[in-house]
Design a binder for this molecule. Structure first.
Ligand SMILES: *Cc1c(COP(=O)(O)O)cnc(C)c1O
Length: 365
C-alpha cells in the first residue's frame, strides 16, 4: 500500500539523530522554555529571514494569537481565501472577528484581483494562506493592504521555506504563522507552531501572551494563554531544520516527475504562479470528472490519496451561523469537488512514484 503520506519514512532517514536529541532533552531535566526553545527560535528566524521567532503550541495558536495581538476582534472583518483549511478561519473567529471569503484562482491561492471588492469599512486584515506549499502573490496583497491600511498575517503552515520573488514567505506581512504539526514541511513529533515577525514589540507581546501574560514569573501584565513550545519538540525541530532543505528538494524532484509523467487528460496538474515557488507540501491535482471513481480505482491499486479539503469552510456546520449558502463561492465549491492530493512524502521510492504515475495514467484510458 502506498500511503498519501508516510511520516515513518521521513523519520527513518535520520532516526538516530532524533533519538540522540530526545535523550539529551530527557536527561537535561528542563522541559519547558529552556535552551532548546531559544535556540530553535533563533535558528528558525534566521532560516526564514525574520528578526524574531516565538515558539508556540500549535499553528492555530499562532493564528488566533496573531489576530488577538494585532487588536482584531468583535465587529472586525478579515479577508481569507474561500478554499482555506478550516483552522485558518478559526484563527479569525476565535477572536470574534468575521471571515470574509474571496475565491481562489487557478493556482489554488487567493485571487488577488478579487480582494479589493471584498473590502468594507470593517476590514482590518488579510490572511494570506500559502496553500499546498505555494506562495501567494504577496506583491499584490501588500499593495492592497497598504492602500487600505490593513494588517497582513501570513499562514505559512504549509509553506516552510518557499518564496515569492526570491523572498521567503512569512516575511512580507506583519506576522508569519507556522504550524509544525507532524505532517508539515518541518514537522515536529507532536503539536507545535510559531510566529515570525520583524516587530520587536509584537514579538515581546507574543512571548508574554504564550506564558499566561507574564513577563516575569507571577507578574501578569495581561490575560494570556498557555501556548508554549516545549523543549522536546523544539530540540527535535532543530534536528529537522538541519534537513529541511533536502526534504524540500526531494519533494520538488517528486513533483517534477509527476509533472513530467502524468498524462491522463482527466488530470489538471498543479500550476505555479510566475514568481512563486512551491515546497510541494501537497501535490494537488484537479480531477476533471470522475474524481470519486478515480479515488476508488487508485485504492484498488493500493494507492492512498487525500482531499484537501472536501468542504469549503463557508459550508461547514461550524460556520452555519455566518449564513452562507451553497453557490456563494462557486469556484471554491467546485475545487472541493475536483482536488485530489497524490502521495507525496520524503523517502518515497522511485518505484512508488512510478506506480502512482502508471496507475493514474491507466485510469479510464
Ligand atoms: C495545519 C494548518 C493549520 C493549523 O495548524 P495546527 O498546528 O494543526 O494547529 C493552519 N493553517 C493551515 C493552512 C494548515 O495547514
Amino acid at each position: 500500500m502506498i500511503m498519501p503520506n508516510n511520516l515513518g519514512r521521513q523519520y527513518s532517514l535520520h532516526a538516530e539523530e532524533y533519538k540522540k536529541k530526545a535523550c539529551e532533552v530527557l536527561d537535561s531535566g528542563w522541559y519547558i522554555l529552556g535552551k532548546e526553545v531559544s535556540a530553535f527560535e533563533e535558528e528558525w528566524a534566521k532560516y526564514i529571514g525574520s528578526k524574531y521567532c516565538v515558539g508556540l503550541a500549535s499553528g492555530l495558536d499562532a493564528l488566533w494569537i496573531s489576530f488577538r495581538l494585532l487588536g482584531i476582534g468583535n465587529g472586525d472583518e478579515v479577508i481569507v481565501c474561500a478554499n482555506a483549511y478550516i483552522a485558518c478561519v478559526m484563527g479569525i473567529t476565535m477572536n470574534g472577528a468575521t471571515p470574509v471569503f474571496v475565491e481562489p484562482d487557478q493556482y489554488d491561492n487567493i485571487d488577488v484581483d478579487k480582494i479589493e471588492a471584498a473590502i468594507t469599512d470593517k476590514t482590518k486584515a488579510i490572511l494570506a494562506v500559502h496553500l499546498y506549499g505555494q506562495a501567494c502573490n504577496m506583491t499584490k496583497i501588500m499593495d492592497v493592504a497598504h492602500k487600505h491600511n490593513l494588517k497582513v498575517v501570513e499562514d505559512c503552515a504549509q509553506s516552510h521555506g518557499n518564496h515569492w520573488n526570491g523572498k521567503t514567505v512569512g516575511t512580507f506581512g506583519d506576522v508569519g504563522c507556522f504550524s509544525f504539526y507532524p505532517s508539515k514541511g518541518c514537522g515536529a513529533f507532536g503539536d507545535a507552531g510559531c510566529i515570525v515577525t520583524d516587530n520587536e514589540e509584537l514579538a515581546k507581546m507574543f512571548r508574554v501572551f504564550r506564558n499566561y501574560g507574564s513577563e516575569k514569573r507571577y507578574h501578569n501584565m495581561m490575560v494570556g494563554s498557555n501556548s508554549r513550545l516545549d523543549e522536546m519538540q523544539a530540540g527535535l525541530l532543530r534536528v529537522k531544520l538541519t534537513h529541511l532543505d533536502e526534504f524540500n528538494e526531494e519533494r520538488c524532484r517528486i513533483a517534477a516527475r509527476y509533472n513530467a509523467e502524468i498524462t491522463n487528460p482527466l488530470i489538471r496538474k498543479p500550476q505555479i504562479r510566475p514568481g512563486a515557488d512551491s515546497t510541494w507540501h501537497q501535490y494537488v491535482v484537479h480531477v476533471l470528472g470522475y474524481r470519486d471513481e478515480m479515488i476508488e480505482y487508485l485504492e484498488e491499486c493500493e494507492i492512498g490519496t487525500l482531499i484537501h479539503y472536501p468542504l469549503p469552510p463557508h459550508l461547514s456546520e461550524a460556520y452555519a451561523y455566518l449564513g452562507h449558502q451553497k453557490g456563494d463561492f462557486p469556484i471554491a465549491e467546485r475545487y472541493a469537488e475536483e482536488v485530489l492530493s497524490l502521495p507525496m512524502y520524503n523517502g518515497m521510492t522511485r518505484d512508488e512514484q512510478s506506480e502512482v504515475i502508471q496507475n493514474i495514467n491507466s485510469f479510464r484510458s
